[in-house]
Design a protein around this ligand. Structure first.
Ligand code: ADP
Ligand code: GLC
Length: 482
């Protein structure tokens, strides 16, 4: 098998910089692809955390003026990942979250910041780094969306391009005046078949319009985004391009998420000794100031607090949680309003509702290891990763029937399959509460619950086969363009 060289472009990569599942995918997929004959290098911006961790990186290119200030391209290896880092201090040397200011608003120059990333991706595609000439450029989300656009408008020979949608809600929309400033041909590219989007421009739309292939992170989401509602403005385009659109499920890194070796949990366990979970549950109850009780089903949540995640429905379901004798441990951050409402719920229900606002990797592992069920009541969910971790840790997922949640969890009522959890539809507080009641009944039937847990543990949530689907896509695209 001849190796395929792929340049991935991502604005966050675990374990270096992460705000959500995109980083997990960008960090795990390249490693899993090695077994499938794909040599992937990943281009990311040189945020302060990246520069700190990759202090020994090699400079392979230097520009006195890159989009308004000095810039460098660096190459480095980190934790099995081969990286290119675009070090442009005036664009990326800013503390905190990669996309927003300390006040939580988008950096006003995000258009230029991520155009600069895509520009160098296209240049690597054209051969800027002779030691790594990619056959495919694979762009993740809107931040990388202009990479296929630059390659398209540059003209001449170019590598194949793949655009992956991790979330349709973030489209990278900017004023049309940006087009000239980022070096795209205004007349050609400000067009309905290019960047133009409702009078402005959209980086995601550009990628979806101009990439050779489009993927998203589950088959059901691939279907949903072709509707007007799920497409969030881009449904029509995706219907037109349905022939090149496919859904490939995400996996998780089963070394990082391994309950038998996990250094972050109180007691390690496997399928043989699931009873050890009780000890993790006790520690989790302590950490969330919940009453210590093995009998009360403990529901866990690890999530961004945003409209997408449906956590306002969970607030509405709190009376059901209380009435059923369940407990809740929620770890999350995001919308101020949701943060406040959850903190108020915890104050009103001491010992029963525990809330920690913040981002905490270690606690996320403990929640997976110690909660009885993991909740994901999303309004839409391209794939979702926490329910996959839950399967691997014996926390039974209770999820809405959308996107990747539909594709990765088998409902207790699905005939002819080994069930792994509970799915509810429509995405309403009532339907969710119904699932919680159903789960509570199942929890108190030890044999039923154990079966759900063991089915979950037996589910393959790794990248092994799913990476193979990307490898097949790259090869298929190369054959089609040959
Ligand atoms: P999304 O990318 O939409 O936020 P995913 O389920 O795909 O949703 O991925 C979320 C990732 O971020 C998971 O790895 C999850 O464990 C992690 N995560 C989310 N919120 C937190 C938090 N508050 N603390 C620690 N990890 C979190
Ligand atoms: C997005 C989606 C999530 C998905 C993740 C990784 O952030 O919201 O569903 O799992 O990307 O693909």
């Amino acid at each position: 098998m001849t190796p395929v060289r792929v340049l991935a472009v991502a604005s966050e990569v675990y374990p270096i910089v992460k705000t959500g599942g995109l980083a997990d995918v960008a960090g795990a997929l390249p490693i899993a692809l090695k077994a499938h004959g794909v040599e992937m290098r990943t281009l990311m911006p040189g945020y302060p955390e990246v520069m700190r961790r990759l202090a020994g990186a090699d400079e392979i290119r230097r520009w006195p003026d890159y989009f308004g200030g000095p810039g460098r391209l660096l190459a480095a290896s980190h934790d099995g990942l081969d990286l290119f880092v675009l070090d442009v201090p005036h664009l990326y040397a800013r503390p905190g979250n990669p996309y927003v200011t300390a006040e939580g608003t988008d950096w006003p120059d995000n258009g230029v910041r991520f155009a600069a990333l895509a520009r160098v991706a296209a240049d690597i595609g054209h051969g800027l780094v002779p030691a790594f000439m990619p056959e495919i450029v694979h762009a993740h989300d809107w931040q990388a969306g202009l990479a296929p656009a630059y390659l398209h408008y540059d003209g001449g020979q170019r590598p194949g391009t793949v655009m992956t949608i991790h979330n349709m809600a973030y489209q990278g929309k900017f004023d049309r005046s940006l087009v000239g400033a980022i070096g795209l041909p205004a007349a050609a590219s400000f067009d309905v078949h290019g960047l133009e989007y409702f009078g402005g421009i959209s980086f995601l739309k550009a990628g979806l319009q101009l990439a050779d292939r489009i993927t998203t992170v589950s088959p059901t989401y691939a279907h949903e985004i072709q509707s007007d509602e799920g497409g969030m403005g881009l449904g029509g385009l995706l219907r037109e391009r349905a022939g090149v659109l496919s859904g490939i499920l995400n996996g998780i890194d089963i070394e990082v998420w391994n309950p038998q070796t996990d250094p972050h949990i109180a007691y390690r366990f496997g399928a043989q000794d699931l009873t050890f979970r009780a000890a993790n549950k006790a520690v989790l109850q302590q950490q969330f100031s919940l009453d210590s009780s093995d009998e009360a089903p403990l529901l866990g949540v690890i999530s961004r607090l945003s409209w997408q995640k449906g956590l306002d429905l969970l607030l509405e379901a709190i009376p059901t949680i209380l009435e059923q004798g369940m407990q809740l441990a929620l770890l999350g951050s995001g919308d101020r309003d949701l943060q406040d409402r959850y903190q108020a719920a915890a104050r009103a229900n001491p010992g029963r509702i525990g809330v920690l606002i913040g981002y905490d990797e270690i606690l996320a592992h403990l929640i997976q290891a110690g909660s009885d069920a993991l909740l994901v009541p999303s309004r839409f969910e391209p794939c979702g990763l926490t329910q996959l971790c839950a399967l691997r840790y014996g926390a039974v997922p209770i999820v809405s029937r959308v996107g990747g949640l539909e594709d990765t969890i088998i409902d207790i009522g699905e005939a002819g399959h080994d069930p792994t959890g509970f799915k509810f539809a429509p995405v309403t507080a009532d339907a969710f509460a119904g699932s919680l009641r159903q789960a509570n009944a199942a929890f108190h039937n030890k044999a039923t619950w154990r079966r759900l847990q063991l089915n979950g543990l037996a589910t393959d949530v790794s990248w092994r086969h799913r990476a193979g689907e990307y490898a097949a896509l790259y090869r298929d695209l190369m054959t089609a363009r040959a």
